[in-house]
Design a binder for this molecule. Sequence first.
Ligand code: ZN
Length: 338
Amino acid sequence: MAIEYKDYYAVLGVRKDASVPEIKGAYRRLAKRHHPDLHPDKDKARATAKFKEINEAYEVLSDPQKKAKYDQIGPGWEAAQESSPPPGAGTARRGFRTDEQDDSLDGFSRFFESLFGEAGAQGFGRGEAFRRGPRKGQDVEAEMALSLEDALRGGDKKISILAAVPCPACRGSRRQGNRFCPACAGAGETRQERPITAHLPKNIRDGMRLRLRGQGGPSSSGAGPGDLFLRIRLLPHPAFKVSGSDLETTLAVMPWEAALGAKIEVPTLEGPIRIRIPPGTHSGRRLRIAGKGLGKEDGSRGDLFAAVRIDIPDKTNDRMERLYRELREAAAAHPKAP
Ligand SMILES: [Zn+2]
């Protein structure tokens, strides 16, 4: 029997590149809306089915390993499935009821079971870390926005993160009795603002994931705390556009500087430096300033590109206007070569 592919992104209404906080936010909103306890009896079956679907989608998309496996398979999964079932697919459903019979809250679809087997289903409940023997606290993931200057420099940075902590009402188990915990809508965790000092390495790149050991959730069993994973997002900069590890900026140059050449000040992330404008520089020319970009993976630096824009002074005086006129006459007498 063909097993229907489930689009977990569509279930949660998130894009494929949604961040972990976006996925969590979407899950929370939907879990609250469809919580079976909030619906009258006649709608309960439908709400329960929907709620299970939401939980299953979240179970996969919030777990980096499951998400990677799911992303790899994609909607073409079913066809591949028929020609070569994954090992264990036949036995994985042992002990599980099918979708149609299952009216409990924690059943998984056959799609999920075929993909992750029983081991996957046992991961149900992100509170796993709180339930088993002495285990370290939960790993926490947060986003950190950084200016380009801070990303380059590294060092200590005080930030405040919204950390997930086990829900105090259900102590992370996601349920109270055999119902989902109403306090956290079955998420097993709530958010708490926590100030931390992050020791940042140099040359941080956009999208990088930094691991701060021991800065995650506390352990309920006396083992050490979990780790904090910071996903880096670089903030837009007023002077520089980021292009990979290179930076781009615009350089206003006066006509005589462009014509005669000049030494001119250019902003960099480490303060202004002076560069040489060669004589006869046209507007739009890109000057490369090596090694003044962002950090690269190999530890080297990208480049800064300054695009020349020829400008004129905002104010002129009599003498300047006289010189402009002279320039016009001189240019008319010496026309440009075709
Ligand atoms: Zn709870």
